[in-house]
Design a binder for this molecule. Sequence first.
Ligand code: KG4
Ligand code: ZN
Length: 364
Amino acid sequence: MRILGIETSCDETGIALYDTSPWESKKPAHQGLLGQALHSQVAMHEVYGGVVPELASRDHIRRILPLLQETLSQAKMGVQDVDAIAFTQGPGLAGALLVGASVAKGLALGLNKPIIGVHHLEGHLLSPLLAENFLQETGENIFPFIALLVSGGHTQLMLVKDVGEYQLLGETLDDAAGEAFDKTAKLLGLSYPGGPAVSALAKSGHPGQFKLPRPMKHSKDLDFSFAGLKTAVLTQTKLLPNLDANEQAQFKANLACDFVEAVVDVLTSKTLKALDETGCHRLVIAGGVGANEQLRASLQKAADESGRKKGSQKFTVHYPPLNLCTDNGAMIAFAGALRALKNPELLLKDYSFDVKPRWPLSSL
Ligand code: KG4
Ligand code: ZN
């Protein structure tokens, strides 16, 4: 089955065509990716310091059909070669979701093909399976695994028992990790999106200059909270006007460094707790913040050291390919494909409109 994936939930328009035959014959998942195209709206939203929903929707309208053409020409195929369509049904910006849904439904209706609505986070959650070395590293027993989902809108720890079987173990009670990065970037005068900018600046900072809080690090549950950390950064930035330009630059780098360290510390410690409590041997990281170098280094170090101490169990850590960490069409095509293979009745010729801007993953 060749399934077209359409992603328009926020500020990236992503299209991909995925062929399920390699996966069905137990070959690595990435071999099924026939073509993909992406347009990021980051430059357009940058001047406003964040995503402007109305501009996002309009830009999706402009980009979506050329990206579809590009995907099909990479795959050397036409629309008639598409067997089914997967689109991001939610969660996300209502207007942006509607663009993807309209194109997906219109195309499916015109082609008389079935369609499946995909949960955006399920796309992120399954995207590490698209990494070239995933099967090599894990063997065929992919499930269960712990997923740390860290994006602009979500910070969640999930127990993934199988495709479509997700148990929420913990989540943020206020800001998401990506949101904390973006807000800190604003406070430090860095560009949007904040994650990569803060992460880069942190590298020239000296650690340990600020005593930033580690909210909920020692709480008994697996929940997170990042709002207090952002407030602590805000409090420190009030000292900036007392410094000269050089001092300001170093102060900001030091603050970025301690901020990243605090976020990484809390994410690592809660993730290890989730692995420990569930007895899982595999961890996958998904979502935009999963591209963060410092987080990757910290989790890799924990994985390398796991199993050495008495009572600690060995685990491995897996990521999506770097270009699939942030939003893209490939993860939506792939999640739709795995869903449809497992539950073919989910592929429907139902062309009515239904997007879900708010949609808890655990309700799937
Ligand atoms: O998953 P994603 O592309 O979109 C959502 O579904 O939210 O995640 C976007 C988030 C933004 O908050 C961005 O600042 C953050 O991921 N991000 C990063 C990095 N790259 C993107 N955060 C930290 N370090 C990065 N390298
Ligand atoms: Zn996302």
